[in-house]
Ligand binder design. Structure first.
Ligand code: DX5
Ligand code: ZN
Length: 218
């Protein structure tokens, strides 16, 4: 299991310290939630923050673009240091071309969808992407309650991958804590995003260890 702490709930007065602590404790990736105040009712980080993160730690930067018109910002986030660029199917008018552009920039391409968007909207593109991000909360904020139907979507994506010989990673994002980690891994998750369960805990290293030791539900 790949663990990707989300910095959305980090203490931005101590970001380098917290990000380095997460890396030292065994975080595999850093999940970076980019929000534009249009696609979601919140605003977070521009490429300048991604560039700062790039210089803080040597971890893959998993950039989740919760923005309208992602095509306009792909190269800026890639140049800033993003390794993975994930776009929302609801925001990408020409998703095939967007995925091609991400690959042409030398990054890995992810797609994602809001909890109420039919999973079938991703089917035509599944053979082209490196990652599918299952939103288990409505995008925009950390610390929300897990939406259980995400488990069925994870299982369905794992089944499609097996039957069709696809190779995308399955990532889950939103409301994940130690209690839920086993269930999502059991359903087929490869990459686990956790914000609140890592950066809002008194001991980041202990929080990461708790998540890392979660195995498939027995
Ligand atoms: C929500 C973001 C999530 C969030 C993590 O739009 O995509 O990555 O920051 O959620 P929690 O804090 O619930 O782990
Ligand atoms: Zn996210």
């Amino acid at each position: 299991m790949i663990l990707a702490p989300s910095i959305l709930n980090a203490d931005f007065s101590r970001l380098p310290e917290q990000v380095k602590a997460a890396a030292a404790a065994g975080a595999d990736w850093l999940h970076v939630d980019v929000m534009d105040g249009h696609f979601v009712p919140n605003i977070t980080f521009g490429p300048v923050v991604v560039n700062g993160l790039r210089r803080m730690v040597d971890l893959p930067l998993d950039v989740h673009l919760m923005i309208d018109n992602p095509d306009a910002f792909l190269s800026a986030y890639r140049e800033a240091g993003a390794d993975w660029l994930t776009v929302h199917v609801e925001a990408a008018k020409h998703l095939w071309r967007t995925v091609d552009t991400i690959h042409a920039l030398g990054a890995k391409a992810g797609v994602t969808l809001n909890p109420a968007t039919p999973l079938g909207h991703l089917e035509p593109i599944l053979g082209q992407v490196d990652l599918v991000l299952v939103m288990s909360v409505e995008p925009g904020f950390g610390g929300q309650k897990f939406i259980p139907s995400a488990l069925d979507r994870i299982a369905q994506l794992a089944e499609w991958r097996r039957l069709r010989g696809f190779s995308y990673l399955i990532e889950v994002d939103g409301g994940i804590d130690q209690q839920l980690a086993g269930a999502v891994i059991q359903a087929g998750v490869d990459v686990l995003v956790a914000g609140y369960a890592v950066f809002r805990q008194p001991d980041i290293a202990a929080a990461i260890q708790r998540l890392r030791t979660c195995k498939k539900d027995s």
